[in-house]
Each structure stands twice: as C-alpha cells, then as structure tokens.
Design a protein around this ligand. Sequence first.
Ligand code: ADP
Ligand code: MG
Length: 732
Amino acid sequence: MGTRQIDLHEELKRYFGFSQFKGLQEEVIRSIVGGNHSFVIMPTGGGKSLCYQLPALIAEGTAIVVSPLIALMKNQVDALRGISQEEGIAHVLNSSLTKGEIKKVKEDITNGVTKLLYVAPESLTKEENVEFLRGVTVSFLAIDEAHCISEWGHDFRPEYRNLRKIIGRIGDNIPIIAVTATATPKVQEDILKNLGITDANTFKASFNRPNLYYEVRPKTAQVDADIIRFVKQNEGKSGIIYCLARKRVEELAQTLQVNGLKAVPYHAGLDAKTRVRHQDMFLMEDVDVVVATIAFGMGIDKPDVRFVIHHDIPKSIESYYQETGRAGRDGGEGHCLAFYAYKDIEKLEKFMSGKPVAEQEIGHALLQEVVAFAETSMSRRKFILHYFGEEFDNATGEGGMLDDNMRNPKKQHEAKEELVKVLSVIRDTNEIYKSKEIVLTLRGKENAIISSHKTHEQPFFGIGHDQKKEYWFALIRQALVAGYIKKDIETYGVVKMTPQGLDYIENPVSFMMTDDHVFDANTDNAIVSAQKAGAGADKKLLEMLKDLRKKVAKKLDVPPFVVFQDPSLEDMSIKYPVSVEELGNVHGVGDGKAKKYGKEFVALIDRYVSDNEILRPDDLVVKSTGANSGLKLYIIQNVDRKLPLDDLASAKGKDMADFIKEMEAIVFSGTRLNIDYWINDILDEDQQEELHDYFMEAETDKIEVAMEEFDGDYEDEELRLYRIKFMSEVAN
Ligand code: ADP
Ligand code: MG
C-alpha cells in the first residue's frame, strides 16, 4: 500500500462520518497502512476497532480479525454493514454457520468484496480454514483483546497461544496488529514475545477518561435505596450495576423492578437463552439497567452507557477501571459510582484464604490498592492514572475536576501522635495481634485473647481510650496503605511492622489522616457540568429521533446504536439536516450510513422544521405508545416472575383497577399472562371452576353482566382477574 497517496481524513469521513481521529488513531493507521507490525494499547472506548477497520477498508484484500467473543464480532459486523451498501463487506466465520453460509463467505472473500473477516481463535485453527485463507489475499491480521495471550492478563485464553503458528501457515510477512486495553508492562511484554513482533510499532494512549465522573460512597444498610434513588434520577439512561454474587444480582434486579425501574439480571448462572435475551433487551433499550456480575460487559459495545454502579467494590483497580470503562464510550457523560465498605474487603480476603500463598499474595496486594483508592482523599482520577504508571495534573489535565474528592474535598487532620500510639502498641505487643485486638488494646478493653497474653497488665493498655473504635480502624487502614505496617500472609490478618513503621515511632513526621467519608450526599448535581454532549440540542426533536431510531432498529433487528449513535442524533437536533446529503455532515454519519438509514430521519426532521417546532398529534402518539409499551413489558416480565400484583401496581403508581385495565389490554391484544399464582390465592378451586364454566357459556364477557349473574358472590376485581386468566388460556 506504501506509495499510494491516501487522504486518511477523507476516508475517515467517507466511511465513518467522523471529521477527526481520536487520540493516536491516525498514527496507528499510518503504521498499519505502511505494512508494519503494530501494537496498540488504548483504554476501553478509546476507539481501537477503527484502528484496524479503516486500514482494512482501504487496503487490498481481506483483513482477518481475531476476537474472543462471538457477540463482540457480531456487533462489529453489524456496525460495519451499517456504514456500507455492501452486505458482504464484513463477515464472521465460526462454527455456527451453515454450509451455505460458509460458501457465501468464501465467495465474497475470493471476489474481493469482504474487507474484514472476523474469526474466533478456535475457528482459525481449523485446517480447512487455514487451507482456504492461504489461498486468498490477506491484508493483515488484527488481534483484538490481545491480553488474552498472557497468563498475567485478567482473561487468559490458551487458544490465543497458537495464533503465531497459524499466522505463519496462512502466509509469510503478514503484518500483525495486536490491540488491547490492558496496560501492565508484564502483559505487554508477553504479547509482543508470543506473537514474535518485538519490533512492532507500539502506541500507548493515555488511560485518562475525561468524560467519566468517579465517585465512591460509603456502603450502608440503605445501599439498595441509594441505588434506586440514583437510577430514578437517571431514568431512561442506560446503566450497569455490578454485584459480586449472583444471588445479590437477582435480588437487586427484582428490587429495582418492583420499584418501577426497567432492569434485568445477568450472570453466569442463568441459562444461555435468558442471558442472550437480557443482553438484547439492554442493547435494544427495552430495559435501562442490567444488574450483573462481572460476567457481563466484555461482549457489550453499547456506547451510551451513562452510569456504572458498583454495589460491591471490585477485587482490583484493573477490574474497576475496566468495568467503569464501559460507561461513556461515545464520549458523553459517564457516572461511575462505587459503594464501599471495608467489611466487603474482609469478605474478599476470606475467600482467598484457601488459595496458594503466591496467589494470595498477589490478591492481597491488589485489594490493598482498592482500599487505598476507596479511602483516599486525593483525586480519584489521579489515583487511577498513577496506578497505570501515568502522572496526572488536576489543574491542567482534561477531566480534572470530575471526581467526588475534587468537588468535595474530604476533611483531613493531623494524626501524628495517634499514629505513633498505634505503631508502638503493635511493636510492644510483639506483632501478634490482628486489627481487632490492636484496637481493643488501644481503647483499654479486654477479650479472651488479650487476657491470655496479659496485655491488659501493660502500661500502654488503654492509651487510646479517647477515640472511638471506628477512628482507630480507619487509622490502621490508612497506615497500611501508607506502608507503615503490613498484614501477614501466612497468618492472614495479623499486623506486622515494616522498617518505615519502626522508624516512624522514633522520627515521626506529619501524617494527615482522612476523616471517614464526610462528603456531601448531594453530589449528584456534579454530573450536570460533566454533560458535555447534547448541550444546545433541540430536546423535543432529539426525543423524536430517538424514538424513530428505536423503531428502525427493531425493524432491522439490530441494536439502536448500529443505526445512529447518540452524538449523531444530538448533532442532528442541532443542525436540522433535511436531505440525505446534508445528513452526511452530521457527526458520525458517513455517506453509506446516510443513504442506508437516513431517509426516515430527514423526513422526520423536515416535517418538524416546517411545522415550526410545533409538536403534531401524530408524533405524540408515537411517544405515548412507547411509554405504554414500556408498562406492558414491565407487567409481562414481572408477572412472569410471579411478583405480587398489588406490589407491581403500587410500584407503578397505579391503583389495582387501573393496573387490571393494563393487564386486560395485554391479554385482549393476544398476549398470554399467566396469573395462576395470584388467582390461586384469591379464589379456591370450586370458585374457579364455577367462573370457568360461566365464561365458557356466557353470551358476553361483560363484567357488569357477570356481577348481576352472581349477585354479589364475587368482587368486581375477582371477576376481572379471573377473566384475564380465562382469556389467556382460552382465547389466546
Ligand atoms: P475500544 O474497542 O477501544 O473499546 P471502540 O472501537 O468500540 O473502542 O470505539 C468506542 C467508540 O468510539 C465507538 O462508539 C466509536 O464509534 C467511537 N469512535 C471511534 N473513533 C472515533 C472518531 N475518530 N471520532 C469519533 N468517535 C469515534
Ligand atoms: Mg474493542
């Protein structure tokens, strides 16, 4: 490709509709176009896919893209087909295809139609595929999620180890592009060595995500209520809530549903079908929130996730960074809210106690960083970036004010004397105690362990009686983080001195202790200023465009963002394009996309404009059906879960009569609702039989007529509910 002059900006605009490259994209693309091995480390949302997609589109031949997850591949192929008129521009090759489909894929490749071929590593090892690929023009080979190669990565996949060998068999001198979001130096080295591309051009982007707002709140017994309040304040926005345990996922998802929020659970314990269904509901925006274990996310490229909540603090900063990284991939706001209690850390430590010592050691070290992050009073952003080996200046760096500690600085106070007390108690009790006994000793309280060591007879017993136990626990944790003490691995939990700690007792210096979480509970409004995207957009039109997008997506059976992404719709509602050509000027909309999806959108805008921004009844109808179908979906889902009908009604702010009306509408339009669990509670067998026979025979299903017939034997509500059961079973 070398000598041909290519205007990359023009290609970018033509294919993707973007007018600028993001971060290092242009450099990376030049490297790839030049035929060089290239190694790209960019955080999630950094725009890695485009780094290999654009070169693939302009290069001769087909680029092979190796990716670990089928869902991820499918997503990208859908998106690529969206920007082109040519269906065969991208294909997936995997074991799920039929013979006919495989034939079509191979034809498209041979005919030079296919620019990108996505394959799972397993499929790439298949002899017949290697055989076939050897005979075609391969422009380069891209390996997404390349950290899967390394045992030191957080997602090691043995199949990735064979890639080097296979690439060699497909062809000589195929340029290799490795792409990952994992930054640790060890993993980087593994990747380059394993692929045999130590001479690769390496591109490492900053891990700063300036549009993300980081916040840590203390986790109390009210954590569910806190989460519900947060989700309600952000209703209609997409969000992910992470929990560590499956059971918690189930409970929390239900709590949200009962409170009228559109949420579904996702964890590895659900059967594959349910998982796919819930994931699709989230992608298609039928639900706003997924409550999930970490099993959820890697396969999800939803760009407009507006918040990520951690109900439980993760096991490492890396996981935290990765999980929060799923917010705001489109560059719009992303609120990252973590709930933290030290108790959770102790639980995680207990889980580790059965593991080999070496593994425990890594585990504890990682957890210690998490504690430090949660309890720090410094900028969260600075902390995270420091962890990844990057310096960040809050005064000059982008996104500098976007975290809780910067907006609401925590109070600190001098704790030099108290720290000396803690350290000398540890030293003078011969480093045999865990935190609990250390605090008891400081406060002059006995327990069996303390008595057995006769610590209560020591002169220092009770030297810290003037402070509460919470104070001392916090100070011990902060001393751990500062490196004055450490926890013993073998006898886990026992606190030991470090050389710095011993030295501190003799030569104490200032030690600023952070008061336990004192930030204003009302930090939510901080996000308002974080909202860069969407400012100045015509809100009414934007809503309409979103509705339309949803409809179009449904019809084509693709996620809405495949049609147009949020920033594009926002741009449309600023620029009011009324023709397909004009639409091409909108952010994120290339020519192919404008032609493919644009017609209905410009028609809508045209109408809106000529109507002089007056909302027409037609458009109102579109909206209210949308809202209604939300309620219907809610009813269907929750009846399916056998939740009490009266709870569901009150969660939606409806009285039972109105709620029953909604259910009737569902059933009458042909959808079954199995409410046996409820009916069996309110009507006995004989009554049910009686009503069944009545409705079977009745001339009309009118409730008034039935009321008269039974002359007060049944309540109006009972009859209506039974009729729902009847209609469900008989009429549908
Ligand atoms: P990664 O794989 O690095 O996590 P993606 O490749 O999925 O990230 O890209 C994240 C988002 O950034 C996508 O929504 C993509 O459309 C968008 N994007 C990529 N490149 C650009 C660009 N040059 N300008 C604007 N948006 C971009
Ligand atoms: Mg990616």
